[in-house]
Ligand binder design. Structure first.
Ligand code: CDP
Length: 672
C-alpha cells in the first residue's frame, strides 16, 4: 500500500491538479523542479506520517528550507484526501511575508491568488469561502490585530495551546528556525497531556567562514562600506548582503557606495546596490531577486549585487546567491519602557543567535564568508545569547484589550511563552482604565467592547468612537486610516529640498494630524490623475492602503452605529478634530518650556524636542498632543497637534484631576 507521503508526491508530480481538476501548466512544472530540491520536499514521507499521527508538532528547519511555502501545501493535500471543507491556515509575523508567501504558493499550486490560496492581513482579506489554504498575519487572525507584529504570535500560540485540548480535530504545527526549538518544545509539553513531536528538517548548508575585525569599529556604516568594496576588489564571485538598522542608513550607504570614485574609474566590475526595508513598495523589494549586473564589456571583470537590508533579511526573506555577509552587529527595535511609559526606537547590539542567523545567510548555495564588524572578544563577552522576545519589550495595551475581550481574566497567570513584566501589564491596564475601556474591576465596558473590534491602537479607537460627538467622525476616520498606512511622504535620494517643498504645500500649521487629513482629501480630489501622487512626493502605495483601511473602518463604524458626520463650518472643524484627539491621547501631552524650543511631557516630565518633520507653526504651540515618542539620539515627539489646556480638564477630567496630580510645572501651568 502506498504511504500518505507517496500519495501526496504522486498528486504533485503526476496526473491532474487535485484542486482544480485541470492538467498542470508549464510554469507549475518549472516551479516543481525547484521545489523538489528543497530539504522539506525530500522528507515529505516522514512529515506526512508525523502529521497524521500527531495533533501538535513542532517543525524546526533553517530559513529557506521550505517551511512556509511547502509544508502548508503538504497539509492541504493531506486534508483534501481525508476530509472535505478543511482549511489550512499558515500564520505569518509580517504583512509582507503573508502576501509574498500566498502569491508564491498560488503560483506553485497553479491556482488563482485570492481564490484557492489567499491571504488575510489587517485591512485586506483576499480569501473566499472556497479558499483551502490561507496565509494570515497572526494579528489578523486574532482580529484585534495587535499593533506589534510578532507579539501576536506569542498570544496566538498560547490560545491555541488551550484550544487543542478541547478541539481534538484541530491540528497545530509550530514552525521555527533552529535557534529556539528547545524552548518551544518545553512550552508545549508543560501542563499539557498532548504528546508534542519535534520534526527536524535536515538542511544542507555550506560552511561559513567568520572574519572578525581586530579592533572595534567606531563608525559601522563607514566600516560596512569599506568592507563591501574590499570584498568586491579581492574576493571571488558571489553577492553581498549587508545588515544595517533602518531605511535612512541604507539609503545613505547606497549613495556612498554608488559614488565611490575608485569604483567608477578603476575598471573593476560594476556593483549594483539594492536597498531592502519595509517602507519600499513590493515592486522595489522584488529587485533583490534580479541577477547581478553584467560586466562593463564582454570579457570584463564580473559585476556584483550588494543588498543593503534591515533585519527583514535575517529570517523573513531568503535571497539566493548570497556568498558574503557583512554584519555590523546592530539592529533597530521598538522597546517599551514601562517606567517612563514610552516606546522607543533604539539601535541595539544584536544577540549571538541573531549573529549566527545572519552568518548563515552566506552559506545557502556554496561555502561563504561573514565579515563581522566587531571583535571576537566582543562577540563572546558582550552579546547576549538570545534576542529578547517582543512581548517583553512592547506596550501591551492592544494585546491586553484583545485578551480581555477573549475572556481571559487572569492576565498575570496567562500561559505566555515569555511572561511580560507585571509593570508592563499594569501600565496597559491603567491606560485602558483611563480610556474607560475597562471598569475598575477590570471588566470590559460597552465602550471597550467596541474599541476591541477596531484594528487600531486603543487611543485611536477611542478617538474614532467619540468623534461624532465633535461632529468630525469623517475626518477622524480619514486620520485613523492615514495613521494605519505606511508613511505617505516620499524622500527620494538627492531630492530632499523638492520633497520638503511639496510637503509644505499640504502643511496645516500647528497640526500634523490635520496635515494628514489634508493630504488624503487632496489625493481623493486628484485620484484620476495617475501621476499626481508621484509628482507631489507622496507614496501612491501608502495612500491606496489608507484608502482601503478607510473603507474597512467605515464598515465597522456602520456596524456599531457610529455616525459619519462633518461639521459644516470650515472654521470650526480643525478645533473639533483636535478636541476629539484629546479624548484618546490625553496621556500623550507635552507643555512647551519657554524659550527653549523643547517640551516637557506631562506624564513623566521628560524633556523632548519636536521632530524636525513636524508641522509646527511659526509661533511654537504651548500645549501639544503627540502620537509617537521616539528615542533615537535624543527624545523626539512626532505627529503633533496643538491643543488648549482646558480641553484636558474638560475631556479627561478623571486623569487631569488637579488634586491628585503631583505638584510640578504641569500642575502650575494647568492652574493658570
Ligand atoms: O519558510 P522557510 O524559510 O523554511 O522557506 P520558504 O519561505 O518556504 O522558502 C523556500 C524556498 O522557496 C526559498 O529558498 C526560495 O528559493 C523559494 N522562494 C522563492 O523563490 N520566492 C518566494 N517568494 C518564496 C520562496
Amino acid at each position: 500500500m502506498k504511504s500518505k507521503g507517496e500519495k501526496v508526491k504522486e498528486a504533485l508530480e503526476h496526473g491532474r491538479n487535485t484542486f482544480t481538476g485541470k492538467s498542470y501548466s508549464s510554469t507549475y512544472k518549472t516551479l516543481l523542479s525547484h521545489r523538489k530540491k528543497l530539504p522539506v520536499y525530500e522528507q515529505m514521507d516522514e512529515f506526512c506520517e508525523c502529521f497524521s499521527n500527531n495533533q501538535v508538532m513542532i517543525v524546526v528547519g533553517e530559513t529557506g528550507s521550505g517551511k512556509t511555502t511547502q509544508i502548508p501545501q503538504f497539509v492541504a493535500h493531506l486534508n483534501s484526501s481525508q476530509t472535505e471543507g478543511k482549511i489550512t491556515v499558515c500564520t505569518q509575523p509580517r504583512r509582507m511575508s503573508a502576501i509574498t508567501a500566498a502569491t508564491r504558493v498560488a503560483k506553485e499550486m497553479d491556482v488563482t491568488l485570492g481564490a484557492g490560496v489567499g491571504y488575510t492581513i489587517r485591512f485586506e482579506d483576499r480569501t473566499t469561502p472556497r479558499t483551502f489554504l490561507q496565509y494570515a498575519t497572526d494579528g489578523a487572525l486574532l482580529r484585534g490585530d495587535v499593533h506589534e507584529q510578532t507579539l501576536a504570535t506569542d498570544i496566538l500560540m498560547a490560545l491555541l495551546k488551550g484550544l487543542v485540548k478541547k478541539r481534538r480535530d484541530l491540528k497545530v504545527i509550530v514552525m521555527s528556525a533552529a535557534t529556539d526549538s528547545d524552548k518551544l518544545q518545553r512550552y508545549w509539553n508543560e501542563g499539557s497531556a498532548i504528546k508534542v513531536l519535534t520534526f527536524r528538517v535536515t538542511c544542507r548548508t555550506f560552511p561559513v567562514k567568520i572574519v572578525y575585525t581586530k579592533e572595534p569599529e567606531p563608525d559601522y556604516i563607514e566600516a560596512a562600506i569599506r568592507t563591501v568594496l574590499t570584498i568586491h576588489y579581492t574576493e571571488g564571485p558571489g553577492d553581498i548582503l549587508v545588515f544595517l538598522t533602518g531605511a535612512e542608513e541604507i539609503e545613505e550607504a547606497c549613495i556612498r557606495l554608488e559614488n565611490d570614485e575608485y569604483l567608477k574609474t578603476s575598471g573593476i566590475g560594476p556593483l549594483v546596490c539594492i536597498p531592502l526595508h519595509a517602507s519600499l513598495s513590493l515592486q522595489e523589494q522584488k529587485k533583490i531577486y534580479d541577477p547581478p549586473p553584467p560586466p562593463r564589456f564582454i570579457g570584463g571583470p564580473p559585476g556584483r549585487k550588494v543588498i543593503l537590508a534591515t533585519n527583514i533579511a535575517e529570517t523573513s526573506l531568503t535571497i539566493d546567491g548570497i556568498v558574503y555577509v557583512v554584519d555590523p552587529g546592530f539592529s533597530k527595535e521598538a522597546i517599551y519602557n514601562p517606567r517612563i511609559r514610552v516606546e522607543c526606537l533604539l539601535v541595539n547590539p544584536i544577540s549571538k543567535a541573531s549573529a549566527r542567523q545572519r552568518a548563515g545567510r552566506a552559506g545557502r548555495t556554496k561555502p561563504g564568508k561573514c565579515f563581522r564588524l566587531f571583535t571576537e572578544k566582543d562577540f563572546q563577552s558582550e552579546l547576549e545569547e538570545h534576542t529578547h522576545p517582543q512581548i517583553l519589550k512592547s506596550n501591551l495595551s492592544s494585546v491586553v484589550l484583545t485578551l480581555v475581550k477573549l475572556g481571559i481574566k487572569d492576565l498575570v497567570r496567562f500561559d505566555y511563552l515569555d511572561a511580560p513584566a507585571p509593570e508592563t501589564l499594569m501600565r496597559a491596564l491603567e491606560l485602558l482604565t483611563y480610556l474607560a475601556a475597562l471598569d475598575d474591576d477590570g471588566n470590559l465596558t460597552s465602550l471597550g467592547t467596541i474599541m476591541a473590534e477596531f484594528p487600531l491602537e486603543p487611543q485611536l479607537a477611542k478617538t474614532l468612537i467619540v468623534s461624532p460627538d465633535f461632529k468630525c467622525s469623517n475626518e477622524i476616520l480619514t486620520l485613523a486610516a492615514m495613521l494605519s498606512a505606511p508613511v505617505v511622504w516620499r524622500q527620494p535620494r538627492g531630492q530632499q529640498k523638492e520633497a520638503d517643498a511639496a510637503k509644505a504645500l499640504f502643511s496645516v500649521p500647528g497640526s500634523d494630524h490635520l496635515t494628514l487629513i489634508n493630504v488624503y482629501n487632496e489625493y481623493k480630489s486628484n485620484v484620476h490623475d495617475k501621476n499626481w501622487a508621484h509628482s507631489h512626493y507622496l507614496s501612491l502605495k501608502a495612500l491606496s492602503q489608507a484608502d482601503k483601511a478607510r473603507d474597512l473602518l467605515q464598515d465597522l463604524m456602520e456596524q456599531f452605529d457610529i455616525e459619519l458626520v462633518s461639521e459644516s463650518d470650515p472654521q470650526k472643524l480643525p478645533g473639533l478634530v483636535s478636541q476629539a484627539l484629546v479624548c484618546g491621547f490625553f496621556m500623550q501631552v507635552a507643555h512647551s518650556v519657554k524659550g527653549s524650543g523643547t517640551y516637557l511631557t506631562i506624564q513623566d516630565n521628560q524633556v523632548v524636542s519636536p521632530d524636525p518633520s513636524c508641522a509646527l507653526g511659526a509661533k511654537p504651540a504651548e500645549w501639544v498632543i503627540y502620537n509617537e515618542f521616539v528615542l533615537t539620539t535624543r527624545p523626539n515627539i512626532r505627529t503633533i497637534t496643538e491643543i488648549r489646556p482646558e480641553w484636558l480638564l474638560n475631556y479627561a477630567s478623571n486623569y487631569f484631576d488637579l488634586k491628585y496630580f503631583p505638584d510640578g510645572p504641569t500642575n502650575r501651568a494647568l492652574q493658570n
